[in-house]
Ligand binder design. Structure first.
Ligand SMILES: Nc1ncnc2c1ncn2[C@@H]1O[C@H](COP(=O)(O)OP(=O)(O)OP(=O)(O)O)[C@@H](O)[C@H]1O
Ligand SMILES: [Mg+2]
Length: 247
């Protein structure tokens, strides 16, 4: 049941990046203009984004490549500061945003779980208690002492996802979790989503898998070039996306 209170409030958020441009393109240019400097263009990745995620809802964010979805999640998770606007988050947030961030490829899975779990706020005792669950959910029992650099991308994804969901979060933020997982792992993720829904956790989920989005989301947001194009009822938001894609 939705309690009606808000878990995340995003108010008029804007974010721009500096895009470098080298004027010199050929070796001849370089020889003719050796001191010419790189110029920067201000690239607006998000502009005036406002929406609310209610406590206990499964909230989906969709949009084309480069439309600003990951940037928005990073701002919500506090990884990037916005240039303008504000974000309010109510409750402990567990981010699963970019594969490999926070992992050390030279260390074993075992050590990476310890380090990441600690960073996510698990105490030593909680970690020892949950370590086996993390490895079991990821189905990596055989590989626990292998260096992470020898893991496939799917194996890394399973480990990272498994760690993210072992934290006692109220809000889980997921960017493209399913992209490199195999079918069986995807089904397992879906099953955990059902469980989270029963536990009234708040989930913010970015994916290009529109059928999964339609299946799970209570409400959705469509980003188009950093702007909110559609927000609310999943069927309406998916229809708005179909219109963009048909254009
Ligand atoms: N750290 C950064 N520095 C410079 N530009 C960035 C940075 N992060 C994102 N951008 C730019 O912001 C825009 C939005 O990127 P973002 O990663 O948010 O897109 P996305 O919607 O997640 O796309 P995808 O579906 O491909 O994951 C892109 O043009 C990207 O190049
Ligand atoms: Mg992205």
């Amino acid at each position: 049941m939705l309690s009606g209170s808000s878990a995340i409030e995003v108010n008029d958020v804007a974010k721009a990046f500096r895009l470098p441009h080298h004027r010199r393109t050929t070796i001849k240019d370089h020889l003719l203009h050796p001191f010419e400097r790189t110029t920067f263009e201000r690239y607006v990745a998000l502009d005036g984004v406002t929406f609310e995620v209610k406590a206990g809802e499964f909230f989906g964010i969709i949009g084309a490549n480069g439309s600003g979805k990951s940037t928005l999640l990073k701002i919500i998770a506090g990884i990037y500061p916005p240039n303008r606007g504000s974000v309010r988050v109510e409750g402990l947030l567990s981010p699963f945003i970019e594969l490999g961030v926070g992992f050390n490829p030279e260390l074993s899975a075992r050590d990476n779980v310890r380090i990441n779990g600690t960073l996510l706020g698990l105490t030593g005792r909680e970690l020892s208690r949950r370590f086996d669950d993390i490895i079991a959910f990821a189905e990596l029992e055989h590989f626990v002492d292998q260096k992470l650099k020898n893991f496939s991308s799917g194996m890394q994804l399973r480990l990272a996802f498994s760690i993210a969901i072992q934290v006692d979060f109220q809000i889980l933020v997921l960017d493209e979790v399913l992209a490199v997982g195999d079918q069986r792992f995807q089904e397992k993720c879906f099953a955990t989503f059902e469980r989270f829904r029963e536990e009234e956790k708040t989930i913010v989920f970015v994916s290009h898998d529109l059928s999964a989005m339609g299946r799970f989301c209570d409400r959705m947001l469509l980003l188009e070039r950093g702007n909110v194009r559609s927000y609310g009822d999943p069927a309406e938001v998916l229809a708005a996306y179909a219109v963009i894609n048909a254009a």
